[in-house]
Design a protein around this ligand. Structure first.
Ligand SMILES: *Cc1c(COP(=O)(O)O)cnc(C)c1O
Length: 237
């Protein structure tokens, strides 16, 4: 193992301990799934993480994700797309993504469904898991993206009604400057409302490096952890 791999192993183990402690403190039987967010870090780091047993990785830009996924195809990783996505990138994203966690508007759901028709013909891939990104900002949420809570139901129906897409649940980023507990409590309520008509949409993707404990407390099924494992991101150049 090289020095970087040892560093990743150490940080991964610290994050896993936090998840275990938070799960126990919340009185939950099962730990949420860990998605390691590898954006801005090289494919070599993803390879080191795979050697440490990581299977699920998150990326937020198609150009970067598609290149990494192609160069690491032999590792059998599951790629989760977690960033703002333009509809014209749908065709590219469905070539490698296991899930898109940032579905925030019907046009994007339509573009993904259309791209999935082609992808299924080409390679018979499994349905694309779609999570609805919900904005938890009070002020219309333009900062961190996502659908307004009032639009979730309609978007859910459109995803659930599309061949090739599987409605998996909801995703959110806690707003800056607010208590993450309040945000994740609100997200839990939105998830419960969604499950009334879509009982299989159980996923709650919440919690990042800074707020994973709060997310676990409020029922997160998936955590998206980047900087506490990989270190701070290099400046965008
Ligand atoms: C970058 C990112 C993360 C990871 O955040 P860290 O603070 O680095 O753990 C999680 N979710 C989304 C949507 C992101 O863009």
């Amino acid at each position: 193992m090289d020095e970087r791999a040892l560093q990743l192993q150490e940080r991964l183990s610290a994050v896993r301990s936090r998840i275990t402690a938070a799960t126990r403190a919340a009185g939950r039987a099962e730990e949420p799934e860990l998605i390691v967010v590898t954006k801005f870090h090289p494919a070599a780091d993803v390879e080191r993480l795979a050697a440490l047993g990581i299977r699920d990785v998150g990326e937020n830009r198609d150009q970067e994700a598609s290149a990494k996924a192609a160069s690491l195809a032999q590792l059998g990783l599951r790629w989760h797309f977690i960033g703002q996505l333009q509809s014209n990138k749908a065709k590219s994203v469905v070539k490698y993504a296991h899930s898109v966690q940032s579905v925030d508007r019907p046009q994007l759901a339509e573009a993904l469904a259309k791209a999935m028709l082609r992808a299924k013909d080409d390679n018979g891939r499994a349905d694309l898991e779609c999570l609805i990104q919900v904005s938890l900002d009070d002020d219309a949420g333009e900062h961190r993206g996502g659908a307004a809570p009032a639009d979730v139901e309609r978007l859910a129906d459109s995803i659930a009604g599309s061949a090739g897409l599987r409605l998996a649940g909801v995703m959110a980023v806690a707003p800056l400057g607010a208590r993450p507990e309040d945000a994740f409590d609100k997200l839990a309520g939105i998830s419960a409302a969604l499950r009334r008509n879509h009982p299989a949409a159980v996923a709650i993707s919440a919690g990042m490096s800074q707020d994973l404990e709060a997310a676990v407390r409020y029922g997160a099924t998936h955590l998206r952890i980047g900087s506490d494992i990989l270190g701070s991101r290099p400046p965008v150049g």
